[in-house]
Design a protein. Sequence first.
Length: 297
Amino acid sequence: MSSHYFVAVAALLLFASISSGQADQAANAEKQKTNRQQKDAPQKEDAGDALAALTGGAHIDKEAAERGRKIFVPSCGFCHGNDAHGKSGPDLVRSASVLHDNKGDVIGPVIQNGRPERGMPAFSALSAEQIADISVFLHSQAADVSNRFAYKIGDLITGDAQKGASFFNGDGHCGSCHSASGDLAHVATKYEPVELQRRMLYPAPNLIDVFLGRAVTPAAPTKVTVQLLSGERVSGTLDHLDEFTVSLRDSAGWHRSFPRESVTVDVQDPRAAHEGLLPKYTDQEMHDVLAYLETLK
């Protein structure tokens, strides 16, 4: 055979190999595309489910919820509260029966038959459609509770501002250092309620301020006065204080140390009053003072 024959055969084999490889590559590419599409589909669904979970569950039919509210309030609100959070009757927002209900399949029999042994009358005149609307309303209330994005920090303000003002200027003795028209003027516009409460209870700067990049005002140096047995008084900036020793730096810059047993120590710490109130505050007093501070805008 001539060399031309072998060259032609080799060329054909090479062409076939290249064509086969290209076909395989095309098939693999198409397969990978299909796999990606199949993989992406559940991811999108999962993302939607996650978003629904974060924002309070499945999508609520607002019109049905409103129809249900108009039935629920006059029929059920006197026992369960107009918002279904409970009154003389139980809280339905956190009810397991409501949680597992679907368009009235669980709560429907209870509504229509009542629970006479528990004082709940029967509402047999309500139709299946009306009960389904009530179910949607209850689910909407549960969704609102679980929707963390709808929660407002201002909802923390549960205290009585007038009682807070009385405590501020009375038993709390806050007015001896602070003034609503002085250092605390417009304080509620400077800080969110959570931050304002933290500064009220723990006024010292902390790492949270540093990490969040907030402007941190260094705490004023703590002043101390030491009185010796001879009657001499030495004042300066507190350097160290424990059960055995007190040391300070006086106005001349000298470091001086004294044994606690032989001196009387008077520490002028501006935060001491806050720290002293912590074990004395009641929860209600804390909320009342915060409510009062929130009025200083």
